[in-house]
Design a protein around this ligand. Sequence first.
Ligand code: HEC
Length: 109
Amino acid sequence: MLKRIGSVLIILFFVFAAIGIVMAADKGNARKGKYLFRKNCRTCHCEDGSAKPLSPIDKTQAQWDEVFKSIDKLSCTKEWAKLSEKDRNDMYAHLWGHAFDSPSPAKCK
Ligand code: HEC
């Protein structure tokens, strides 16, 4: 009987692990997001660019949430329009994951 409970628990563990991996994938790929941010945003948002420099660390997670909720109010809405929903998700994963109050804040070089 105990053995049986043990195997059920092990199976449950793997089911939840699999769900976790699927959900993480849904949140966006931060590595790809970093590339997309550099390629599409840092052209302007860098030290010598036409807009003020922007790195993940320049905003808190709540502030990045705010940015992604009001993309159509930014001065560069047109630039964002070039990105697909999936690309934006990937970028969000990067920016949010390295925000000022995240466990690993990051500044773009
Ligand atoms: C063609 C140049 C250009 C590109 C490319 C561009 N932006 Fe902007 N962005 C601007 C300008 C100009 C402003 C308004 C002035 C400022 O903030 O410097 C602005 C404003 C913003 C703001 C609001 C200001 C702030 O600090 O909260 C955010 C956030 C932002 N951009 C994020 C992005 C992201 C993310 C991308 C990539 C998808 C991007 N921008 C691409 C020019 C650009």
